[in-house]
Design a protein around this ligand. Structure first.
Ligand code: MCN
Ligand code: CUM
Length: 819
């Protein structure tokens, strides 16, 4: 038997942490403080790295220093002789178990530990297990790997050229670096509109090449796992940083052949995810194998550089956008060609399938006659991607592309970008709207949302101030240039409808189970996995709203596959759209059961009762009513219920969403740019989001704040470049810069509310909206500021150097460091 260190469990020694500090207990929706913060702000959260098991050993991963090399020999004898080392696992060890390669989310294969070649700098080569993590790290230096260096493939734009080395020569029939071709939309219809636009005297085609650079989500806690295979019971307990505990359990069962009921995945507090913790990493598999081999629990936690260099990155899309538009500014069609750099192993969420090819929403928020996009994926000698940082390989790049293109069109037409957007936005009467690429947007009032943002920003006055600054600049005064940038985005979140989506054969429905105890307190089990989004609070609020009890009386259980119902976890802002819907539905089931119990108690027919103010009440007789606590006690008593009605107040449900939810938002960013140094100051940022009904407005705003900061990071600071030898230039936080409060303005938020018509409580997801919507607004603002220099486009990250070069008419290539 193993046990965890009890003193670290909040509440065990400090009952105060269980007490919620609200003066007045709220019921249902509203900005109540987060329940989980009682432990987080006291430093009493329990993260994966806090888990300590008796007799636990520690693992460390040996990584490749080279981006591309053949492995000719691996000598582990000196490491094995280290007095504190228990085992050294290599690719050969794993090959003996059939585990040297594992499947990825895209049904590609990925090396767990390299056998034939290393394919990116930082790739996993061997795993050492020792008494402590220091000894494990020391022993890595004792492993002798012989490499025969090969030319690396670093420039994605050249990956398909003849004569380029083949990254994946391990795959049968793979003679080049091509992974897939994926397309969406009607190519013939789109080409027709473009031909017309080219021929017509009062229409035109606007084109731009746009890069969304490689970035990394960089969560606070890096990835890791503690594997504990009990040799007596044969049960594997895996404590791990996962956003999808149930999916991981099933995958371990399918891939490693372990019986699923003998696997328990526990994901306690995890320090952020941002998509970084969706995939299964080699280190997890190594920890499991190491626990089986040594018969002891084995912990593996990566360090910051390992996280930045080897775990799922995001973006790396080279995009060509074309827009067919009339001279008056009516956008007719969009055509997109994308080269997607997926690194050495294709690990992104199935890009060939709708809607994992979420890039299909590149038509944005506009009413188009036609649209077509083609994406080609290529292998390079870089770390593989994943489901990372507000869902790469989907909306994030698509929104950036279309919102950047709209500004390029405005530039070329000499039109105001707000006016151009207003002219082309979908109208409220067009919903539900079927896009040119087949997506059904559920609801929205886009012109209103944009209007609210423009008014909040004081758009007219900003433009007047800008004109004045430009005059002074032109008169030779040394002033900072002012830029105003807009974006309007439509998100598509809540994966997803069963008929259109599955990952490795699993559907996308989520379960929820709710038990109401005799005293009216409730426990909700969900499959969503909070990484900091406040689920323990908001999901309790949903139950509270439906049952008329306090959120403080609802305990939310998640992150343990032995205790919670199956579901695919938290990513793609799907928790509220899917698990949240399941929670509302299961609570309504309980409420209906409570109605029968209350009717029996009040000796009336269930139809005579009305749900009023959180109680079941006899119609027209407010005196005759019962609360959920009274009903719960009766449901567990000897009360004689009608024939066929079960006692107690428990229910389960599985929610299979009929559609995604489509939140939207209008953002306005104001920047000041110093043309002498290229330094950018984000002066103001107005964000008006519509995520339907808000359960906890404070948490929603927190989510938006975080996403806006992400946007500042991506637009101005982040971006992982490589040199031509394949050295990753973003491997530490000295090189990969995260935004702080110093780079961020005081956010100005606003809202519009268009409920989702198909979601039980009308809510749409919000977790990624601001990360998706803010980069184009910031970049548009910087480019707008540089208008006096004739700049039409420059790629992120708009570092001072990139801005300065753009102003000099020599835009930087930001994905490669060419020296
Ligand atoms: N919410 C609400 N009302 C709404 C919508 C949401 O009150 N109409 C609340 C929810 O109940 C939840 C939070 O806002 O408490 C976020 O909900 P949702 O939009 O459903 O997103 P998820 O919970 O599924 O979170 C995933 C999303 C993703 S995919 C990334 S990436 C990201 C993000 O959340 N990672 C985060 N926000 C993050 N925030 C933190 N602190 N840490 C991360 O790793
Ligand atoms: Cu795609 S980043 Mo979030 O979905 O976990």
């Amino acid at each position: 038997m193993t046990s965890i260190d009890d003193s670290r469990i909040p509440g065990v020694q400090d009952p105060a942490v269980q007490i919620h500090a609200e003066a007045e207990t709220p019921r249902g929706y509203g900005s109540m403080k987060r329940k989980e913060d009682a432990r987080f702000v006291r430093g009493r959260g329990r993260y994966v790295d806090d888990v300590v098991l008796p007799g636990m050993l520690h693992g460390a991963v040996l990584r490749s220093p080279l981006a591309h090399a053949r492995i000719t020999a691996v000598d582990t004898s000196a490491a094995e002789a280290h007095p504190k080392v228990h085992a050294v696992i290599t690719g050969e060890t794993l090959a003996g178990l059939g585990l040297a390669w594992m499947p990825t989310l895209s049904n590609d294969t990925q090396a767990v530990l390299a056998t034939d070649k290393v394919r990116f700098q930082g790739q996993e080569v061997a795993f050492v297990v020792a008494d402590d993590k220091y000894a494990a790290r020391d022993a890595l230096d004792l492993i002798d790997v012989q490499y025969e260096p090969l030319d690396p493939v670093i420039d994605a734009r050249r990956a398909l050229e003849a004569g380029t080395p083949v990254v994946r020569d391990d795959k049968d029939g793979q003679a080049d670096n091509h992974i897939f071709d994926w397309e969406s939309g009607d190519s013939a219809a789109t080409d027709r509109v473009f031909a017309e636009a080219e021929a017509a005297p009062d229409q035109r085609v606007v084109t731009a090449d746009i890069l969304y650079p490689r970035v990394h989500p960089a969560p606070l806690e890096t990835c890791g796992a503690i594997a504990d295979m009990d040799p007596v019971t044969g049960k594997l307990t895996l404590w791990t940083t996962t956003q999808a505990p149930h999916a991981h359990r099933t995958l371990y069962a399918l891939v490693a052949g372990l019986p699923e009921h003998k696997i328990r995945v526990v994901s306690p507090d995890i320090g952020g995810g941002f998509g970084n913790k969706v995939g299964i990493y080699p280190g997890y598999v190594c920890a499991i194998v190491a626990s089986i081999v040594t018969g002891k629990p084995v912990k593996w936690m990566e360090d910051r550089s390992e996280n930045l260099m080897s775990t799922s990155f995001a973006r790396d899309y080279h995009m060509r956008g074309e827009v067919a538009v009339t001279d008056e500014g009516t956008i007719r069609a969009v055509r997109v060609d994308v080269l997607a750099d997926h690194g050495a192993f294709n690990a992104t969420a199935q890009p060939t399938k709708f809607p994992a090819g979420f890039f299909g929403v590149f038509t944005g928020s506009y009413d188009l006659e036609a649209a077509h996009c083609a994406v080609t994926g290529v292998y390079t000698n870089k770390a593989s991607g994943g489901v990372a940082y507000a869902c790469s390989f989907r909306i994030t790049e698509a929104v950036y592309l279309v919102e950047r293109m709209v500004d390029v069109v405005a530039h070329d037409l000499g039109m105001d970008p707000a006016e151009l957007r207003m002219r082309n936005l979908l109208r409220p009467d067009q919903f539900p709207y079927r896009s040119a690429t087949g997506w059904e947007y559920d609801s929205g009032d886009y012109p209103h949302t944009l209007q609210v943002a423009l008014e909040k920003a004081g758009y007219e006055a900003l433009r007047a101030e800008q004109a004045d600054r430009r005059r002074r600049h032109e008169a030779g005064e040394r002033v900072r240039l002012m830029g105003i940038g807009l974006s309007f985005f439509t998100e598509a979140v809540g994966a997803g409808p069963r008929r259109s989506m599955d990952i490795l054969g699993l559907g996308m429905a989520d379960g929820a189970d709710l038990r109401v105890h005799p005293t009216g307190k409730a426990v909700l089990g969900i499959s969503a996995q909070s990484q900091g989004q406040g689920h323990e609070t908001t999901f309790a609020q949903i139950v509270a709203q439906e049952l008329g009890i306090s959120p403080d009386d609802v305990e939310v259980v998640h992150g343990d596959t032995d205790l919670t119902p199956f579901g695919l976890g938290t990513y793609g802002s799907r928790s509220t759209p899917v698990s949240g819907a399941a929670t509302a539905v299961v609570a309504r089931k309980v409420r209906e059961r409570a109605r029968i119990v209350a009717a029996t108690m009040l000796e009336v027919a269930p139809e005579d009762l009305e749900w009023h103010d959180g109680r079941w009440q006899v119609a027209g007789d407010p005196e005759a009513s019962r609360s959920m606590a009274e009903i719960a006690m009766a449901a567990h008593s000897n009360l004689e219920l009608p024939e066929g009605v079960e006692g107690h107040l428990d229910a389960t449900c599985v929610y299979n969403p009929p559609n995604l939810t489509y939140p939207c938002g209008a953002y306005v960013c104001v920047v000041d740019v110093d043309p002498g140094t290229g330094a950018v100051d984000v002066r103001r940022f107005v964000a008006v989001d519509d995520c339907g009904v808000r359960i906890n407005p404070m948490i929603v705003e927190g989510q938006i704040h975080g996403g806006l900061a992400d946007g500042v990071g991506m637009a101005l600071m982040q971006g992982i470049a490589f040199d031509l030898d394949g050295n990753c230039l973003g491997g530490s936080m000295m090189d990969y810069l995260l935004p702080t409060s110093l780079e961020c303005p005081s956010w100005e938020l606003g809202e519009t509310v268009t409920p989702s018509p198909h979601h039980p409580i009308g809510a749409k997801g919000i977790g990624e909206s601001a990360t998706v919507g803010s980069p184009p607004a910031i970049v548009n603002a910087v480019i707008d500021a540089l208008a006096p220099y004739g700049v039409r486009h420059a790629d992120m990250p708009l570092t001072p150097a990139a801005v300065w070069c753009a102003a000099q008419g020599r835009p930087l290539r930001t994905d490669l460091a060419i020296t």
